[in-house]
Design a binder for this molecule. Structure first.
Ligand code: URA
Length: 193
């Protein structure tokens, strides 16, 4: 019998540990933060990397940025349990520094495996670190909130690049832009079905 989606995700997690991906990050982290939510979700959110709270709890987006994300999900008529949330880098970088290009590259195949397991209709990137892997050479200031259809393996997916909630949290203009973009997500999903 084919493994359940949960068993497949558990396998991805075990693989990251077994292959010793980013040992310097792993050595300083409390938890590997693989992701959280509904493995049958139509929407997958992809952030940057765990922060302090995420590292402590082993769950993505549970700190201040996560609270803001939860509020936007609720305002868009979605619950966390309707979607899947993960990051491109699965260990907290020391002092929340930006993830390095080689760290993003090392984790990218595992993110791909997660997407192959979940098979979402829409991938929502939060911030430029995850956007650049799906939409290379694009500028978030020019394309935020726009649905882009891309070839992904043997099928097409829709990617919606949004600003990162942590960046928008304390920046009034960006905050409103992110909220406005976010509120359009249900319309994008509706158009696809
Ligand atoms: N910021 C991210 O990019 N991811 C998290 O999980 C938390 C904060």
């Amino acid at each position: 019998m084919e493994d359940t989606k949960q068993a497949q995700i558990d396998h991805v997690r075990a693989d990251i540990i077994e292959k010793n991906i980013c040992p310097e990050l792993a050595a300083q982290a409390t938890n590997l933060v693989i992701g959280d939510g509904n493995l049958n979700a139509e929407i997958v959110f992809i952030g940057e990397a765990p922060g302090k709270n995420e590292d402590e709890q082993g769950l993505p987006f549970v700190g201040a940025a996560g609270k803001f994300l939860n509020e936007m999900l609720a305002a868009a008529g979605l619950e966390r349990s309707d979607v899947y949330i993960t990051n491109i880098v699965k260990y907290r970088p020391p002092n929340n520094r930006d993830p390095l290009p080689e760290e993003k590259k090392a984790f990218w195949p595992y993110l791909l495996k997660q997407l192959q397991i979940i098979q979402p209709k829409v991938v929502i990137t939060l911030g430029r670190h995850s956007m650049e892997y799906f939409l290379p050479d694009m500028k978030i200031g020019q394309i935020h909130g726009q649905a882009k259809r891309i070839q992904f393996g043997d099928h097409k997916i829709v990617v919606v690049p949004l600003y990162h909630p942590a960046a928008a949290l304390y920046n009034g203009g960006l905050r409103q832009t992110l909220i406005d973009d976010f509120m359009d997500v249900p319309k994008i999903i509706e158009k696809l079905s």
